[in-house]
Ligand binder design. Structure first.
Ligand code: PMP
Length: 334
């Protein structure tokens, strides 16, 4: 086991885990990159570190400066982890419809969490725009004091995945990877890994796993940004093509209803010993679809984004699930 000089150095280099049950079911090797093992507990630690290192290099973030971001939560946790370790303050703006567990986790890391009503992107009070304004105002008062992370359009996000997550997957599979699939929030994960893998092996099949309620499936399948339905998964789905996602070489796309992805969250706990959040359920469901499309004998990698405990008041809440037509299996002893 490596030892690290600080917390930030422990971001990345996550294990790649064979998902035995799903591999046996499909006749493929289905492998999950254990991003929930990052210090902040999610894949977004990587985007946070990539964005901070890029801003430091460009002189946009100075010693003792303030990181400002709008986030569904995990990027805020990642930025606060990085900020607390490297001596930056953070101000995090978050829509108020996210899980309480995630809000509480973020508050434990960061003393300035601002919850705003969840409104559509075009609204001037969308959480991303509020965070941009806060950074601008801080910089007007004191030039150079704050850095707006801008995770959706700041391509330092995808570049970090291209430089770290993608090459790690390549090395961990000895280049024997036939498919990679995951869901998209900012698109940094999918775009960065897709670029890294395609540049090494153009035949790698890149898949988008999109939850209902997101417009991206229709965009890649039919050229139209159109959404239908909804999902209890958090941090994924989008109504637009971000700068990070722009130009990603996507070969195939699937729309995954919660009725397909959420039961897999429960199966993974009991069959694999992996307790994961809803977006990981979408990713794993996407990996199964890609396995069926490619056929037996292929190796498919996906991302295990974060843990179920960040959503326990929803994922393990029978009345909440029932209202959405979902069910907690009786064999899950909760
Ligand atoms: N899963 C979870 C739980 C997330 O918080 C996010 C990011 N919001 C993603 C997946 C998607 O990652 P990306 O932003 O790199 O597309």
């Amino acid at each position: 086991m490596p030892s690290y000089t600080d917390t930030v150095a422990a971001i990345g280099n996550t294990p790649l885990i064979r998902l035995n049950y799903l591999s046996d079911e499909t006749g493929c090797e289905i492998l999950g990159k254990a991003e929930f093992m990052n210090p902040g507990g999610s894949v977004k630690d990587r985007a946070a570190l990539g964005i901070v290192r890029d801003a430091e290099a460009k002189g946009l973030l100075r010693p003792g400066g303030i990181i400002v971001e709008g986030t569904a939560g995990n990027t805020g946790i990642g930025l606060a982890v990085v900020g607390n370790c490297l001596g930056y303050r953070s101000i995090i703006v978050m829509p108020d419809n996210q899980s309480q567990d995630k809000i509480d986790t973020l508050k434990s890391y960061c003393d300035d969490v601002r919850l705003v009503p969840a409104v559509p992107l075009k609204d001037p009070n969308h959480f991303t725009k509020v965070s941009q304004r806060i950074a601008e105002e801080l910089n007007t008062d004191k030039p150079g004091s704050a850095m707006w992370a801008n995770q959706f359009n700041n391509t330092a996000n995808r570049e970090f995945h291209e430089q770290t997550t993608g090459p790690e997957i390549w090395a961990q599979t000895d280049g024997n990877v036939d498919g990679f699939i995951c869901s998209v929030g900012t698109g940094g994960t999918l775009a960065g890994i897709a670029r890294a893998l395609k540049s090494r092996k153009s035949a790698v099949s890149i898949g988008l796993a999109d939850p209902e309620g997101s417009a991206l499936y229709n965009f890649f399948a039919h050229g139209e940004l159109k959404s239908e339905g909804s999902s209890i998964s958090e941090g994924i789905g989008n109504s637009r093509v971000t700068d990070n996602l722009q130009g990603t070489p996507i070969d195939t796309q699937y729309q995954l209803p919660d009725s397909e992805s959420i039961p897999l969250v429960y199966e993974m706990i009991r069959r694999e010993g992996l307790s994961l959040g809803g977006s990981s359920g979408v990713n794993v469901a996407g990996a199964v679809r890609l396995a069926r499309e490619l056929g037996p004998g292929h190796t498919i990698v996906t991302i295990l984004c974060d843990g179920a405990m960040r959503y326990r008041a929803r994922l393990f809440n029978r009345p909440y699930l029932a209202e959405r037509g979902l069910e907690l299996p009786d064999w899950l002893n909760i």
